[in-house]
Ligand binder design. Sequence first.
Ligand code: GYE
Length: 306
Amino acid sequence: CSSTGGSSDGKKPGGKLVLGFAQVGAESGWRTANTKSVQEAAKKAGVTLKFSDAQQKQENQIKAIRSFIQQKVDVIAFSPVVESGWDTVLKEAKNAHIPVILTDRAIDSEDTSLYATFLGSDFVEEGKKAGDWLVKEYQGKPGEVNIVQLEGTTGSAPANDRKSGFADVIKGDPKFKVVASQTGDFTRAKGKEVMQAFLKAQPEIDVLYAHNDDMALGAIQAIEESGKKPGTDIRIVSVDGVKDAFTAMSQGKINFDVECNPLLGDQLMELAKKVKNGEAVERRIKTVEGTFTPEQATAALPTRQY
Ligand code: GYE
């Protein structure tokens, strides 16, 4: 790679690190909080952020990454919409000597030299936590437990992993039956629509497992419109831990929420500076997160940031 080092390529205005960030979209409260965190952290760290919103489409993310390569940004970070199909574009980044950081979601590429590090949650663990709660909740109670599942975006790491982590735990007891499972694309509107279909097709639903809070919140509307009580007639376990879900929990409409932390901005800026300087970073950085009962959610609500 040869560079004339001139200012014509628009690189490093004022010597600042230039970070290209290809976001998934604005599909959920979690995502909005994540975007805000990245934008605020960039400002604080003096990083020039080139931000792109892919509207949940992989092709848009690929285009954004190519444009970052063309603009010769210092570092590229992105939260991959789906797990597969990234090798070609990431090889282009590698050939251009631009380090890549995966934030929030992983890819399934076997070539781990295509990215410097992956910062985000352990989604399998989150699915397991949801399953653990369910097993405890129905311990010693006879009878089948009919579960419907609202899956996240098809092919995305959080949908794949939250599904498998949950399945792993509940398979230990045959009374747990997932009677219907479909994607709601992590949005409220889709969550509501798919829950309406579940309610029509399934005579007996005991539990809803939603891969994120926005789908759970959409489903709550569908359940209420059908004349049933969310949280009571149909017990609900969800993932994320956003404010709106905590409000629903304080009203008894969600029974358990597994936390997924969207505030990755500061850590991302730190990592970007390090990889830019060629410093060694850990390959996998997991976010620390907990779980919430309705009591805990109600207590946390006044100070919840997102
Ligand atoms: O749970 C969901 C969002 O990738 C962890 O994406 C993220 C997920 C999050 O749309 O609300």
